[in-house]
Design a protein around this ligand. Sequence first.
Ligand code: LLP
Length: 440
Amino acid sequence: MKLSEPYSGNASFDGELSIAGVKASSLAKEFGTPLFVIDEADFYARALAWRDALNKHFGEEAGTVYYAGKAFLNKEVARWIKSIGIGLDACSGGELAVASSVDFPVEQIELHGNNKSEAEIESAIKAGVGTIVMDSFHEIERVAAIAAQQKKIQKVYLRITSGVEAHTHEFISTAHEDQKFGFSIASGAAWKAIEATLTHPSLNLTGIHSHIGSQIFIHDGFEAAATRLIGLLAKFHDHFDMQLPELDLGGGYGIAYLPGESAVVPDEVLGAIAAVVKSECAKHGLRVPKISIEPGRHIVGPTTTTIYEVGTTKSVELDGGESRRYISIDGGMSDNIRPSLYGAKYTALLANRLSDSATVDSRIVGKHCETGDIVIREIDLPGDIAPGDLIAVPATGAYGRSMASNYNHIPRPAVVAVRDGSARLITRRESINDLLALDI
Ligand code: LLP
């Protein structure tokens, strides 16, 4: 039986979980647990859906789909992005290094970050990075000086804070005034940043950028941000009698984590944004700029399932005579910090067998020395789950492995790609020796 959202596109359950035709038990046996299993064909399909929707709704004015590598990036994923032919949003020297290690086309890279170091800016400009998205007045001066030293003219955007309040967790909401990113329109900083950028012959300002937050479902936030940025493009046009040709509307498109939730649909959200962009441009007498986007979570999140092995279980009596089953798995907050950090919710299933046991109120917890090390707070799971069973948690591809830590000196899990019945390692498991090697 094929599984639907939040499981990846090629996940099925026939007596046990299989992903792209590879059984959970054989994955665990060959590669160990915890294990991130990425459904490669699903990744391609999801990335292509964004590219096709952007082309469909913007035609000639379609810019670039930049995959936001912060969601998850390793060398193999960078190769996939390269072969799909879309761009990469990198936000550190480390992410740039991954891209350059696979000869990713540098002109297709956009560099983000609110505090890029001089070394990061130097190596980005030296490598020929397509666009640097500048985030502060200090950075305008830094990028200009480094480009001038290298006798280059660097294509840049300015990150603009639109003031739109995204309907999401505060920590992943980025366009309200009181936060660290970008130049706000309301305070006048955005306009001053434009003027400051234009004073530098080593900078080529081609566009502006907005990212309102992450895990957003309601289209109106994206539409409002686009409207405000187009207002700024119109002001630029009125003032300088020329138009900035590019507009980047960022990422943030929501996905399903729980059964019954529905992800944002690329064709629908970009259709809605295109309608607003076109009408706002017409209103101001502007040409429609080249529109780029930066989806991260929506491309990689649903493609990945984490497989854990159960180590211990226990039942706890609750007030009122109820009881709760604690299921301890061999990972936890070190491979998925999202429940502790954002109160994020996930689902799970017993992956290695079909159980006809009645379900019981269960809590899936990790192996860290911390009470808040909870993967799933409340879930009904078969009462006979026992040590050695496998638990699969879907939709862990975005900000799972990429935010993993070594808390309690636990090595970070491996990542395996599955496709057409076969599995291959794309990031090996960290070893205790890797960790010990850091200490002097
Ligand atoms: N563009 C920019 C400028 C961003 O800052 C981000 C995410 C993205 C694109 C991609 O956003 P996405 O499409 O993946 O939502 N760790 C948090 C999410 C932090 C997002 C940071 N920036 C989480 O686990 O929910």
